[in-house]
Design a protein around this ligand. Structure first.
Ligand SMILES: [Zn+2]
Length: 214
């Protein structure tokens, strides 16, 4: 299990990016999960519901454990200290392109949270050391994130995509301050503590990430 130093500064919050060595059965059973359809829908959750269909992000002001499962995609946590609201979001390449991060910030705005009051942590995910992509996906990202240097790089005839640079750009463009953004430099493709779809294929397990307001 790893944690974000930025989020750990807040006393009223707990969060965990679990790995395969953790026994998280109990916390998993007590959590609110969503279907995670690689879309961009984010909902405000106010009661314990074990499974919410057709969304990729959840926001709450209740003491509910919000859980995201990933194996290479980005688990993203948001915390609004002043309003005591937390969010858990699943953001893979499709979610990033379709605006799941922007939609999360938008939902916070509807709850009267200014983007510069948000702290964001991105947990272990596949990094550009391991994430080679085809030409079509490269073009989607170079078109969408034109001004980001090295959003993709070429090495030994392959193209590697940097999802965290894309996520950072999407978030800072909506007003998240760089100093309030913690991107954990752990690659699920390299670090065998974590499940990785790329490394382990279809049979890969999922890394559980949980955030909860106390
Ligand atoms: Zn790697």
């Amino acid at each position: 299990m790893v944690q974000s130093k930025l989020l750990n500064k807040f006393k009223g919050l707990e969060h965990y990016f679990f790995d395969r060595t953790d026994d998280h059965g109990k916390i998993s059973r007590q959590s609110v999960c969503c279907e995670q359809v690689h879309g961009n829908k984010v909902l405000i959750i106010s009661k314990k519901d074990s499974f919410i269909k057709s969304i990729d992000g959840m926001i709450t002001d209740k003491p509910l454990s919000l859980a995201i499962r990933t194996a290479d995609c980005l688990p993203v946590f948001f915390f609004a200290k002043k309003k005591n609201l937390a969010a858990a979001v699943h953001a893979g390449w499709k979610g990033i392109i379709s605006g799941v991060l922007e939609n999360t910030v938008w939902q916070f705005k509807k709850l009267a949270v200014s983007p510069n009051d948000l702290t964001v942590a991105i947990g272990p995910h596949i990094r550009d050391c391991c994430y080679d992509v085809g030409l079509e996906r490269q073009k989607m990202f170079t078109d969408r994130f034109k001004k980001v240097d090295n959003i993709t790089v070429s090495r030994l005839g392959k193209i590697y995509l940097n999802l965290e640079k894309a996520a950072q750009k999407a978030l800072t463009d909506c007003g998240i301050l760089l100093g309030n953004l913690d991107i954990m430099p752990i690659c699920t493709g390299c670090d065998r503590r974590f499940y990785s779809f790329r490394r382990e294929g279809k049979g890969s397990g999922r890394n559980l990430s949980v955030i909860r307001i106390l």
